[in-house]
Design a protein around this ligand. Structure first.
Ligand code: BEZ
Length: 241
């Protein structure tokens, strides 16, 4: 999708859910990457933050780094980005490790790559710059990309609002659950809660659904049926072996 932004005449690209993740090569704090090719076979969260050495971003990086293993356990890798240079990134991550103690987190080492994007090449490709918010800083964008490089979820937050990382983990697990079990997930779903059976696509299926007496399935009406799906069944399937 192309979009002309409000207060500039610049045309920027805005990837959409279902699009192939735009390709780029970049320098990161963990060496060079070729995205998304280097991540084929894994889920990946590509996320932007406004700037190094800022408080909300520091709290986010400490939280994300502390939870990294939980994301890796469900075959999901993390890649961060901001419009800062590599040496700023390195200095900031060293400061976090050496000096910052926050909410019981200390000596936090950020081991996932943080992209330097001083040219705004990647931020522009992914629609991370929103001039109404800032023309020199990326907003807090989150792209969840699947193992074949397709964008599956996009979430944007403004500069002032730190993200909820439990929610991001929930999103990854819900997407994987939908793929593995051909179901959808209702409001506020968490692993172990009932899932939604795909809506009946014919009158016959609708009638059968309403007559179902399967103890694991519950139909509120012909278009709204849920079924039990145990947390262990989900985790057996998606936890990285
Ligand atoms: C922060 O991370 O604290 C922040 C960054 C940019 C604007 C406002 C807050």
């Amino acid at each position: 999708m192309e979009q002309t932004q409000n207060n500039t005449s610049q045309v920027v690209s805005m990837p959409r859910i279902g699009d192939k993740a735009p390709e780029f090569r970049a320098v990161t704090t963990q060496g060079s990457i070729n995205f998304p090719a280097d991540y084929r076979g894994s889920w990946v969260i590509l996320f932007s933050h406004p700037a190094d050495f800022t408080p909300v971003c520091t709290s986010e990086f400490m939280t994300f780094a502390t939870m990294e293993q939980q994301f890796n356990d469900v075959n999901c890798k993390l890649v961060g980005l901001s419009i800062d240079g590599l040496y700023s990134h390195i200095a900031w991550l060293r400061t976090i490790k050496e000096k910052i103690e926050y909410k019981g987190m200390k000596e936090v080492e950020v081991n996932f790559p943080l992209i330097e994007d001083i040219t705004m090449n990647v931020a522009t490709k992914y629609g991370m710059i929103m001039p109404g918010e800032s023309s020199t800083k990326a907003v807090r964008a989150v792209f969840v990309i699947d193992p074949i490089g397709v964008i599956r979820t996009i979430i944007y937050y403004p500069l002032s609002l730190g993200r909820n990382f439990d929610e991001l983990l929930r999103v990854v697990i819900a997407l994987q659950t939908a793929d593995e079990f051909s179901v959808a997930t209702p409001a506020d779903w968490r692993p172990g809660d009932d899932v939604i059976v795909p809506t009946a696509g014919s009158c016959g299926v609708a009638k059968d659904r309403m007559g179902t007496h399967d103890a694991d399935t519950k139909c509120y009406d012909w278009f709204f049926c849920t079924k039990k799906l145990a947390k262990e069944t989900i985790m057996d399937k998606i936890l990285k072996k």
